[in-house]
Design a binder for this molecule. Structure first.
Ligand SMILES: [Ca+2]
Ligand SMILES: [Ca+2]
Ligand SMILES: [Ca+2]
Ligand SMILES: [Ca+2]
Length: 336
């Protein structure tokens, strides 16, 4: 153990002894109860949009509206900001709640993937042969439509402010729309499915077994699942410093997917059941997701409270004293 590691060890021991937390009891509410699939929820303030039996549905406060826009494919994903509901239905669309107007945003043929919205800017992934993967930017209400660095491999965009985060050739790339410059996100080699909020970025690895969090200065791995992910359980979502995702249940041998949440350095499992829970969305401290609780999918929600803090117990003091002793001992050896 070198001097630097001793310092880190001592700091960790002090941190671990300063307080402890108990598991949060998440109160889960069921939002829908019907016989059609309720999928891909997206939350913004008190506006919730989702795919309800193949139609675009939205709910503002206590009101529930289903638009007349029906499709045969599922919407995936849906993203909401203010009165705008942007969604991917092979092509990119925007539905404005106040004007009740639907706009198709993609002039080109071929499918689009991923999609996100911030204020009046919508971004998505457009696959183009032979380069495969460029990021399109559309400004509401009527354009223009531009592309970031055509011909360069860029996929899975997410937008916040004037920054767009995406998966590049080898790592997570941050694109500044003002300077039109790319920067690499530290420690993001092999990263995929990035999401941005403010200067914070969360992402998974390709297999969706690990979750990473960049807080604007350092990157840390915050979750490592015990099982490989067999199918698409969605991506990570981030709001402020809370991150949510879906992963195979670590408590019952990976039998089904559950919802997980990270905040204040702690990961907790939100759901504990025997069916799949997928595609969480978060706004403020409210998380909404889809769960296959009966023959079809329903929507559920919970509020993420602050971690309960338990007062420190006497033992950590001795750990702390031991660490300081080890630190002095190591320093003596190092200086000898
Ligand atoms: Ca049902
Ligand atoms: Ca589950
Ligand atoms: Ca389970
Ligand atoms: Ca349902």
């Amino acid at each position: 153990m070198n001097v630097r590691n001793v310092f880190i060890f001592a700091a960790m021991a002090v941190w671990a002894g300063s307080a402890s937390v108990s598991a949060t009891n998440f109160t889960i509410q069921q939002i829908t109860n019907n016989t059609v699939d309720d999928l891909f929820p997206a939350l913004y303030n008190d506006t919730l949009a989702w795919s309800r039996g193949g139609t675009l549905a939205y709910k503002v406060g206590a009101n529930l509206t289903t638009t007349a826009y029906a499709v045969t494919q599922h919407f995936d994903p849906i993203a909401v900001y203010g009165n705008n509901i942007a969604f991917n239905n092979i092509k990119a669309y925007n539905y404005n709640i106040s004007t009740q107007s639907l706009t198709e945003l993609t002039p080109y043929s071929g499918a689009i993937f991923e999609l996100d919205i911030y204020q009046n800017t919508i971004v998505w992934q457009h696959n183009t042969a032979p380069s495969f993967g460029e990021v399109s930017i559309y400004t509401l209400p009527s354009g223009p439509l531009t592309a970031i660095a055509p011909g360069v491999f860029n996929v899975h965009p997410s937008i916040y402010g004037n920054q767009i985060v995406m998966k590049g050739d080898t790592d997570i790339q941050l694109y500044n729309m003002t300077t039109q410059q790319f920067t690499s996100v530290p420690g993001s080699n092999g990263g995929y499915f990035p999401e941005i909020y403010g200067n914070s970025i969360a992402w998974m690895d390709m297999d969706r077994t690990k979750v990473y969090y960049y807080n604007g200065s350092v990157t840390q791995e915050i979750f490592a699942g015990s099982f490989p992910v067999a199918s698409d359980g969605g991506s990570v979502e981030i709001f402020d410093d809370i991150i949510v995702w879906s992963a195979l249940d670590v408590e019952d041998g990976g039998a089904d997917y559950e919802i997980f949440v990270y905040r204040e350095g702690v990961v907790e499992q939100v759901t504990h059941n025997d069916y799949n829970d997928w595609n969480p969305s978060i706004y403020d401290t409210i998380v909404v997701w889809s769960g296959q609780s009966d023959s079809d999918w329903e929507l559920f929600s919970t509020e993420v409270p602050p971690l309960p803090v338990v007062p420190p117990i006497p033992e950590p003091l001795s750990i702390c004293m031991m660490s300081i002793g080890m630190l002095i001992s190591a320093l003596r050896k190092y200086l000898a």
